[in-house]
Design a protein around this ligand. Structure first.
Ligand code: SIN
Ligand code: FE
Length: 325
């Protein structure tokens, strides 16, 4: 079980992440009575936006034993998945699959498709204040043991970091992720460190704030042209640049790595948790066989807009950091 489990919804916020027991019972989660449902939904959004993790055990949506056994048996017999397999819902396509697994592609794709749909439906019902503001991004199947998993420094997920996608800039929108531990025997072990509201000023002092983009006619025309030509990085706002540099700094700076406060969490078999990974600095230390679905939530839909990383950074910088729509 998680090492620390404050179960109340009114935990004080102090720059650390708390675990909110959002759905714990022998039964599947079901939304509260209609009169309380909207209050409860808003509380869940608030908790996420403050930098807490919503935790559900058992997993609050369907994932059959038969699907899980298929995934686990694949790994045991073919030993073939070397990296996370990603599923792109808009194209109904898998990437990252080893060639030797082509025969299993159809079944694996169907399982990821269903997980992606179930997670989207669950998030839609649970977080109703975000209605019409949630985009379904990629899902992934994480079949590799995370303990001592070899990776380049910047790709290592065992070092606390905030997420930023260099090739899929969000322009200030939020990265919300849902994880499910499929492993029947092993916990998935995470670390969290301080939340972005506390980290931002300190890290900005080290890596520098984003530069102000030119606002004149020439600068705007150049930026528009770069976007029209689909030049690499053309859509990256100063916000996206900063978040990416922040992600790299957190992994690369030895002093930061060593000295940042760390809290350990253990997510048991058949549990699901969701978290804004652009706000919560996180790392995975151990665990094998997890599913994950990423959502991009519009910054306009936040119930605590002043808590979002874009608002925190703009307050520090004193000028806008996003690209015009
Ligand atoms: C990460 O987002 O850094 C990894 C989390 C996980 O795979 O559990
Ligand atoms: Fe991450």
């Amino acid at each position: 079980m998680p090492s620390e489990m404050p179960a109340r919804l009114d935990v004080p916020q102090d720059g650390h992440t708390h675990l909110i027991l959002a759905g714990i019972s022998g039964e599947k989660f079901s939304p509260s009575a209609p009169s309380n449902a909207s209050v409860r939904a808003r509380e869940f959004c608030e908790q996420l936006e403050r930098g807490n993790i919503l935790f559900f055990a058992p997993t609050p949506f369907a994932f059959s034993r038969e699907k899980r056994e298929f995934l686990l048996s694949q790994k045991q017999t073919s030993a073939a998945y070397h990296k996370n397999v990603a599923y792109r819902p808009a194209e109904d396509r898998l990437t990252g699959l080893a060639k030797s697994d082509a025969a299993e592609e159809g079944r694996l794709r169907a399982i990821l498709r269903e997980y992606s749909q179930e997670a989207a439906q669950f998030v839609g019902e649970l977080l109703s204040p975000y209605k019409n503001a949630v985009r379904r991004d990629f899902a992934s199947y994480r079949s590799v043991e995370e303990r001592e998993r070899p990776a380049r420094l910047r790709a290592r997920n065992d070092l606390p970091h905030v997420d930023a996608f260099p090739t899929r800039p969000t322009n200030g929108d939020r990265i919300l992720r849902v994880f499910t531990n499929l492993n029947p025997n092993q916990n998935r072990v995470w670390l969290t460190s301080e939340t972005f509201d506390v980290l931002a000023r300190r890290i900005a002092g080290q890596i520098g704030l984003p530069a102000r983009r030119g606002n004149g006619f020439a600068a705007k025309s150049l930026a528009a042209m770069a976007r029209a030509l689909h030049l690499p990085g053309a859509n990256r706002s100063p916000y996206d640049d900063f978040m990416h540099r922040c992600h790299n700094f957190m992994k690369e700076d030895e002093t930061f790595r060593e000295s940042c406060p760390k809290q350990r969490w253990e997510f048991p078999p058949d549990s699901t948790w969701m978290v804004y990974t652009d706000m919560v600095s996180h790392a995975v230390l151990e665990g094998q066989f997890a599913m994950e679905q990423t959502f991009i939530v519009s910054r306009q839909a936040m119930v605590l807009p002043e808590k979002s990383p874009i608002a925190i950074l703009e307050k520090i910088a004193g000028f806008p950091l996003t690209n015009p729509a």
